[in-house]
Structures are given as C-alpha cells and as structure tokens.
Design a protein around this ligand. Structure first.
Ligand code: SF4
Length: 294
C-alpha cells in the first residue's frame, strides 16, 4: 500500500482511514499533537512545562514532542519499587542529556518517609491506588515549588477510553468527571494543571512513533503492574476497535461532549493542613501518611 505522498506505507490508521509512510506518519502525529494542545488551550509558549516521565514509551514520547514545540523539563517521582524505577530512570537521564532537558527526581522515601514497597508491606492496600495518590501529591507540590505552570502526562487514547469505561463500570462518577484534556475538575492556584496532549493518539501509533524514531525504553514491568480489571477492559475495547474502527476515539470524543453538560458537578476547594488543595477535609495523601504513622 502507498502513502498519499507515493512512498511505501508503514501503517494504516484505521480511524483516519489513511496509509502513511514513515515520514508522513511522523508529521501526522506531530501535527495532531500540537493541534490538540492549541484546540484545548493546554499550553502556550509562556508556560513553564514539566513532563511527568516514568521512562515508558508514552511519557518519553510526550517529553520528546513537548520539547519540539516548547521548552520542557522532566520530572520523575521515584516510588521506591525495588528493581524497577532505578532502571527506568536511566533511560530518562540518557534522553534528557541528549535533548538538553532539565531533569528533576523526587522520591517517596524522602518526601513521605517510606518507599512504596514499605508502604505496601505496612498498609496491605492496593499499591496502584496508593502510588497514584502519593505520586500526584508530590508531583503537584514539587511542580509548584519549581514554578511550573503545567504538568504534561503521557496518557494516550487507549488509557483514556479504558478509564472512561472503568469509571462507568464501577459507578465512580467522581473519577469519571475528572477525566478530560486537563485532569481534574478543580481549578485552583494550588493545583498545577495536568494536561494530556497525547489523549487522542492511540497506543499503537505512539509505539510505532517511538520505535521509528529509534527511541529506547526499559521493558521491565512494574511488579505491582496494572489491575486485572484494566487489562480486561483493554482487551474488550481492542475487540470493539477491530470490529468497529473509531470505537476508541468516539468513546473519548463523545465523553468530552457529554462532560460539557456535567457542569452541575462542582467540587468545593479546601486547603488541607499540609497546604495542598483538596475537595475533602484532609487530602488523600495526608490520610495515607496518617495511617502509616499510626
Ligand atoms: Fe505505581 Fe501501580 Fe504504576 Fe506500579 S503499576 S508504578 S504501583 S501505579
């Protein structure tokens, strides 16, 4: 099959119904990336942007693309997961040096007093739930301290479509309305907006972009890895996408249209004793820290 430019195609993007050669595919991803940022007012040249980088293909691609259009820095939160995070940060270090990007690393151990491995042993709760809360907490706190105005994350189309379905299946409306091009529903000076510029680009496209740009990542999986529930939703959505191309972009785009009608759902902003904003009496991170101390 041939690309529109006449060269041999390397990919067919079914939901765009187009074949692309390597060069045109790169241009298409880059064009859609910057157009999504502009259309949703995610960032301007005046922003000081930190990309939250784990060392996986999505966050590294996000950093690579952000750095093409804006001056971006990288932040990694080291949760303290034995045999995992240290390996992935080596890739981030290598690329930050190559791309001339400032790199900041903060750890659970230093900021909270415990690594995730220690927390999991102590609290015996779902590691991913705790990890997510504490990672966002440290990320927001440190981004504010460093003067960043936006935090970009590598969430892709598949992640977002899965999250929509997971929230629906679990009747978690609060989690559902927090989804969107900018995460969360609370606008407050206390929160550095978390933007998702890859949100309409599929995992498959990101993987191909990443490989065809000769980028490398660690293939080590987090030992706590994703829940079986998310994997089942992922497999189910892949089946739908194969039968009905455009299922995933349609889920995300239609959700965004519906979300505009969710205006009634407004959280009131409070300030936790630690100084971080929250919609609760004490923030979720302090609740975990309190449990650890008890
Ligand atoms: Fe944290 Fe879970 Fe991701 Fe591991 S898989 S890094 S525990 S959220």
């Amino acid at each position: 099959m041939l690309c529109g430019c006449g060269k041999k195609a390397i990919i067919k993007i079914r939901y765009l119904d187009k074949y692309f050669c390597k060069n045109c595919f790169h241009k298409s991803v880059e064009k859609r990336f910057i157009e999504y940022i502009k259309k949703n007012n995610l960032a301007t040249k005046r922003d000081k942007i930190a990309v939250a980088v784990s060392g996986g293909k999505d966050s590294l691609t996000c950093l690579y693309l952000m750095n093409q259009f804006f001056k971006a820095s990288a932040i990694t939160i080291n949760e303290g997961i034995k045999g995992y995070r240290d390996t992935t940060t080596n890739f981030v270090k290598k690329y930050c040096k190559e791309w001339d990007v400032d790199y900041h690393i903060f750890s659970f151990k230093k900021e909270i007093g415990y690594s995730l491995d220690e927390i999991v042993k102590k609290l015996k709760e779902n590691p991913c739930a705790i990890c997510g809360v504490l990672r966002r907490y440290i990320l927001n706190k440190k981004a504010k301290e460093l003067g960043f105005t936006k935090i970009a994350t590598g969430h892709n189309l598949d992640d977002e479509a899965q999250s929509i379905f997971m929230s629906l299946f679990l009747s978690n409306i609060e989690a559902l309305v927090r989804l969107g091009p900018v995460a969360g529903i609370i606008k407050s000076k206390g929160f550095v907006p978390r933007i998702k510029p890859l949100r309409l680009i599929s995992e498959k496209e990101i993987m191909l972009y990443f490989i065809s740009k000769n980028l490398e990542k660690s293939y080590i999986e987090c030992p706590y890895s994703r829940t079986a529930f998310r994997l089942k939703i992922r497999d189910g959505l892949n089946v739908f996408e194969n039968i009905f191309p455009s299922s995933k972009p349609n889920i995300v785009k239609n959700f965004d249209s519906l979300k505009k009608r969710f205006k009634k759902f407004k959280a009131r902003i409070k300030v936790c004793g630690c100084g971080e904003p929250t919609s609760r009496k004490i923030c979720k991170a302090c609740e975990i820290i309190k449990k650890l101390k008890n």
